[in-house]
Design a protein around this ligand. Structure first.
Ligand SMILES: Nc1ncnc2c1ncn2[C@@H]1O[C@H](COP(=O)(O)OP(=O)(O)O)[C@@H](O)[C@H]1O
Ligand SMILES: [Mg+2]
Length: 236
């Protein structure tokens, strides 16, 4: 049974329909990538799963609970966390204060979860009293992930975790994501670095124009000539 199941999602902004019946699933502990051209609806899908947008069609279930239309503050308590594409940290706060913000719904587990987060990201422990504005782009992304992990999620949604990072940090962030996943936390990530994302994920979904275009094991997508030519920038 899947951990997350989004079926036939229709969603958008006001009268503008962006997703025309998109489906995906994530199994327990799995790492899954969503790729596709700019503007195809990847962020819209993440926002809809996390309850920031209410779909006009379809259903989202998480751990067999129907979370369609549930507000984000309730979804996060079900064990599903989300890191947005941009502006995903409090720059004027310290690393430690960002983690505290991540646990404000559960002050009882703050101390234990902060130790867990610092164990996962030792660089952050060393910088715990530094303002996030003083950190590198890669470190900020770690703060955003650590904050999202504060409520003990079973699934982490990551929207473009490597966007805007210098190439030297991209591989480091993927390694951190793999490390988080190795703790048994499932990951659903949207990525522009499509080839790298598929190399790290077990399965992938290619979206185009608000619809499912290709779905499969990452190795099969990487080997697919059409996927490679259209979405990975070159030959398989
Ligand atoms: N807040 C919004 N209001 C209206 N249209 C939006 C909004 N956000 C995104 N869109 C539009 O929805 C489409 C899909 O956007 P998005 O889901 O962000 O794509 P992706 O993440 O795949 O690049 C785009 O055409 C974009 O212009
Ligand atoms: Mg996006």
């Amino acid at each position: 049974m899947s951990l997350l199941e989004a079926s036939e999602i229709v969603s958008g902004y006001g009268d503008i329909e962006i997703l025309h019946g998109v489906s995906l699933s994530v199994g327990r502990g799995e790492m899954v990538a969503v790729i596709g051209p700019n503007g195809c609806g990847k962020s819209t899908l993440m926002k809809t799963i996390f309850g920031l947008l209410t779909p006009t069609g379809g259903r989202v279930t998480f751990k067999d609970t129907d979370i369609t239309g549930m507000p984000p503050h309730e979804i996060v308590c079900q064990g599903l966390s989300y890191v947005p594409q941009a502006d995903n940290t409090f720059l004027s706060l310290t690393v430690q204060e960002n983690l505290a913000m991540g646990a404000f719904l559960r002050p009882d587990i703050y101390a234990v979860q902060a130790e867990m987060a610092y164990g996962l990201f030792p660089d952050l422990k060393a910088r715990r009293n530094a303002k996030v504005s003083s950190l590198s782009g890669g470190q900020r992304q770690m703060v955003a992930m650590a904050r999202a992990l504060m409520l003990e999620p079973q699934l982490l949604l990551l929207d473009e975790p490597t966007a805007g990072l210098a190439p030297v940090f991209v591989e480091a962030v993927f390694a951190q994501i793999a490390h988080v996943n190795s703790q048994g936390i499932a990951v659903l990530m949207v990525e522009q670095n499509a080839r790298l994302a598929l190399e790290h994920a077990q399965r992938g979904y290619v979206l185009a124009s608000g619809e499912n275009r290709f779905t499969g094991e990452s190795s099969a997508l990487l080997a697919n000539e059409e996927v490679a030519r259209l979405y990975l920038g070159g030959a398989a």
